[in-house]
Design a protein around this ligand. Structure first.
Ligand SMILES: [Zn+2]
Length: 159
């Protein structure tokens, strides 16, 4: 028997002032994308913004549906837009933020299915993507590789 362990490392920032100007602008863009959320059922609005390696910006927001499983998260909306507008181009950094009906002072992380989609997007474009996570206020979490959120990910090589 050989016990194995995973360790996840991320940066904890106290305020946007600790981000680079480009990262702060990306987080602001994600915040702005909340306004495009269609979330009449959960009233939980999520906004995302990505900076492609070329510097182009892409936004996404959650889009719900009366048939609940037909809804799609902000992250996967964004990945679809990015892959359509910039086929094959890696994402350098992805910022995700949200606004529920209550306070939003703690970062949220992508759901399980989005972690899977982020993992495959990284694999197919050949570059790890940074994640910047924040609520409306409060601390910021920065992951240097979205893959850190899904150890032992299932991927194309497993088929
Ligand atoms: Zn999700």
């Amino acid at each position: 028997m050989h016990p194995k362990e995973f360790h996840t490392r991320f940066l904890l920032l106290d305020s946007p002032e600790e981000l680079s100007g480009a990262d702060a602008a990306l987080l602001a863009s994600a915040r702005q994308a909340i306004g495009m959320s269609y979330s009449p059922y959960s009233r939980f609005k999520v906004g995302a913004a990505a900076r492609m390696v070329s510097g182009a910006l892409v936004q996404g927001s959650n889009q719900e549906n009366a048939s609940y499983p037909a809804g799609i998260c902000a992250e996967r909306t964004l990945l679809s837009v990015a892959a359509t507008l910039y086929p094959g181009e890696p994402i350098d950094t992805l910022a995700i933020t949200y606004q529920g009906e209550g306070s939003s002072d703690v970062p949220i992380t992508p759901c399980g299915i989005c972690r899977q989609s982020l993992s495959e997007f990284q694999a197919r474009t050949g570059k790890p993507m940074r994640l910047i996570l924040r609520g409306a206020t409060g601390p910021i979490w920065v992951f240097e590789d979205a893959g850190a959120l899904l150890p032992l990910a299932f991927g194309a090589g497993d088929l």
